[in-house]
Design a protein. Structure first.
Length: 224
């Protein structure tokens, strides 16, 4: 694959690597060779290195003992930290967006909820993930706080790139879709008192699923 020359090569390399990591095409712990990536993308090592450094700051990539890059693995501490952050910031984002929703926003919001529900029903993880991303992109955009939106996006994708891989996720997708519906309906009704409890319930379920998945992986791998 050759990255297009238009625009920033660093941004292009970053976007491609992000898609590869969050799309599960490279596994957690996999090494990331600057030379191989540069050759694959048809660019020099410099933009690849800068893209990897950006992903490192976001926690998706880490340095190994040999100072090379590898895809980060997630820990229970990171799950709990990210979920704590999401409870606070999502509550703010959803309340802020609820106060600014237009009729077109509401139509798009509920369309995403319907697509999530249908995707969960047929077990289409990829389509569900796309609808979930569109849902949160819309809410973040309406809320209008870019700094908070960027922070929330980074925290969520660090968790969900692993969560969506879980073998037992199909049932959770149905429950998660229902939780998004509750949130959307609370926003549309401008029921601000209902938003925070709905966010906390949603994040609590996601936290529990992630911790269970990590515990299962530790047992399989023999980790303590």
């Amino acid at each position: 694959m050759t990255v297009e020359t238009a625009g920033s090569r660093v941004d292009d390399a970053y976007d491609w690597l992000l898609a590869e990591i969050t799309g599960f095409r490279v596994r957690a712990g996999a090494p990331l060779s600057e030379n191989k990536l540069a050759q694959q993308l048809g660019i020099s090592r410099t933009p690849v290195r800068e893209a990897l450094q950006r992903l490192e700051k976001e926690g998706l990539v880490k340095r190994t003992d040999s100072a090379r890059f590898a895809v980060s693995q997630i820990t229970t501490t990171e799950v709990n930290d990210a979920c704590d952050l999401l409870e606070v910031l999502d509550s703010y984002i959803f309340r802020k967006a609820a106060s600014k929703l237009t009729s077109d926003d509401i139509e798009a919001l509920m369309a995403n909820v319907e697509l999530m529900s249908e995707s969960a029903r047929v077990g289409d993880r990829e389509q569900w993930a796309e609808a979930d991303t569109a849902f949160h992109r819309l809410v973040n955009g309406v809320a209008g706080n870019q700094l908070v939106a960027d922070t929330v996006k980074q925290a969520r994708r660090r968790i969900q790139r692993f969560w969506l891989r879980a073998a037992s996720v199909e049932h959770r997708l149905e429950t998660c879709s229902a939780e998004h519906r509750v949130l959307a309906e609370a926003m549309v009704a401008k029921d601000y008192a209902a938003i925070e409890p709905a966010v906390v319930e949603h994040i609590t379920h996601m936290r529990r699923s992630m911790l269970q998945m990590l515990a299962s992986a530790a047992m399989l791998l023999g980790d303590e």
